[in-house]
Design a protein around this ligand. Structure first.
Ligand code: NAD
Length: 386
């Protein structure tokens, strides 16, 4: 098994940069150790004038808001903070309205900045608010969960959930800067760390078999918060995402590869009511295994790949079976109905991300839904037999 050894020990202040070169909307992603302390300076150096209205949630604020506020104050950039309730339920219309009005009441002007300081929930909601506030203000992502650092803070997708499904209302609005401090992950609960890891593994599965093999050998370093391993995991993920975002900002094609596991995953999240029963990354974990199993059934992918993926993810402690989800069993027909609500449905046909092997994902609409139905019927039934 190949193992890439990182020889430079990442020290406090160490930093990597990834650039998103979208014409007119270029920005940098700074990944580093302890760089939250420098957030004010980075913003002042790169983004010109403008005060910062910080949006966070209670968990993140409790651990890290003082550090961020002090850093912004030191540069004379602090305007105020809004702290919301944590959790997926915050990504909804009512909270968007409350947040937008709080930012207006704070006195945030057109040239000012919203700072999204939290996981993907705060990132998506605050970015959405920034995109509509005074017809659009700039914003900075300071992601604090692994999922937000390796995925959701990059690429400019904003959104909220509705009864009809996840992220069905939103905008594309690129951030002006992303600052990912891997040190803040030390306070992230282990279950959330694992959920974020599912998206890291996803990048290997989409297009980088060597990275997946590296993860198989090095994953424990991610959870031990070894700076070199974490930096490499986050940087490789961000680079993979950056390449797809640059090639296809509005998801007309290739960016859709990032949805590997998500068509199943979103349906599972909706079926469990976006609750504690299943975190987003856990849905992705089960979803990628289903995508590999479906690919094997369709004869697209060598048998055994799904097993290898499931073994890795379950070894990390992630759920990989629908029957791993706690609570009442899920209904296959309901999952199919929810999948049909997905944004990726075009002219009534569902788009799937399938694989020809590890690191060989592709998009297709040519999937017989009866094969998907029989797979889900079997998988939903698995828990009942035990
Ligand atoms: P989250 O924002 O709910 O964060 C997970 C939990 O961890 C929360 O309770 C939060 O308070 C807590 N937390 C975050 N950082 C912490 C820290 N450093 N210390 C202690 N606690 C911390 O969820 P998430 O998993 O980060 O993001 C999931 C969301 O991201 C979903 O809504 C999903 O749709 C979205 N997403 C968006 C994109 C995109 O491209 N925009 C991509 C992937 C996922």
């Amino acid at each position: 098994m190949p193992s890439i050894v990182y020889s430079n020990v990442a020290q406090a202040g160490a930093q990597r940069k990834v650039r998103i070169d979208l014409p007119g909307r270029e920005y940098e992603i700074l990944i580093g150790v302890g760089i939250l302390n420098d957030a004010g300076r980075f913003i002042a150096q790169r983004l010109g004038a403008g005060l910062c209205g910080v949006v966070s949630d209670e968990n993140v604020a409790g651990h890290h808001l003082k550090t961020l506020e002090a850093s912004l104050r030191a540069e004379g950039r602090f305007k105020g903070s809004v702290v919301l309730r944590p959790g997926e339920a915050t990504k909804r219309f009512g909270e968007l309205e409350r947040l937008s009005e709080s930012l207006l009441e704070m006195g945030l002007e057109r040239g000012d900045l919203v700072v999204a300081f939290g996981g993907g929930v705060i990132g998506d909601l605050a970015a959405f608010a920034a995109s509509i506030l005074r017809r659009g203000v700039r914003y900075v992502q300071i992601p604090t969960s692994l999922l937000a650092q390796d995925d959701s803070s990059v690429g400019g997708k904003t959104g909220i959930n509705t009864r009809q499904g996840k992220n069905l209302i939103g905008t594309f609005h690129q951030p002006s800067l992303v600052i990912a401090d891997i040190d803040v992950l030390k306070t992230l609960p282990e279950r959330e760390m694992r959920a974020g890891y599912a998206e890291v593994a996803k990048y290997g599965l989409i297009g980088d078999a060597e990275f997946f093999a590296w993860l198989e050998a090095n994953w424990s370093g991610v959870f031990a918060h070894e700076p070199d391993v974490l930096m490499k995991a986050v940087e490789t993920s961000v680079r993979a995402k950056a390449a797809l975002v640059i090639a296809d900002e509005k998801e007309a094609g290739q960016r859709g590869l990032l949805n590997l596991g998500h068509t199943f995953g979103h349906a599972l999240e909706a079926a469990t009511g976006y609750s504690d029963r299943l975190l987003h990354g856990e849905g992705v974990s089960i979803g990628v295994v289903l995508a590999f199993e479906l690919s094997e059934r369709l004869g697209l992918c060598e048998r055994g790949s799904a097993r290898r993926v499931a073994d890795h993810l379950s070894g990390v402690g992630l759920p990989t079976l629908i029957s791993d989800i706690s609570g009442p069993p899920l209904d296959a027909e309901e999952l199919i109905r929810l999948m049909a609500q997905d944004k990726k449905v075009r002219q009534g046909r569902m788009t799937f991300v399938l694989v020809r092997g590890i690191g060989k994902a592709f998009l297709t609409q040519a999937v017989d839904i009866e094969i998907v139905r029989s797979l889900l019927l079997e998988k939903c039934g698995e828990g009942l037999e035990n």
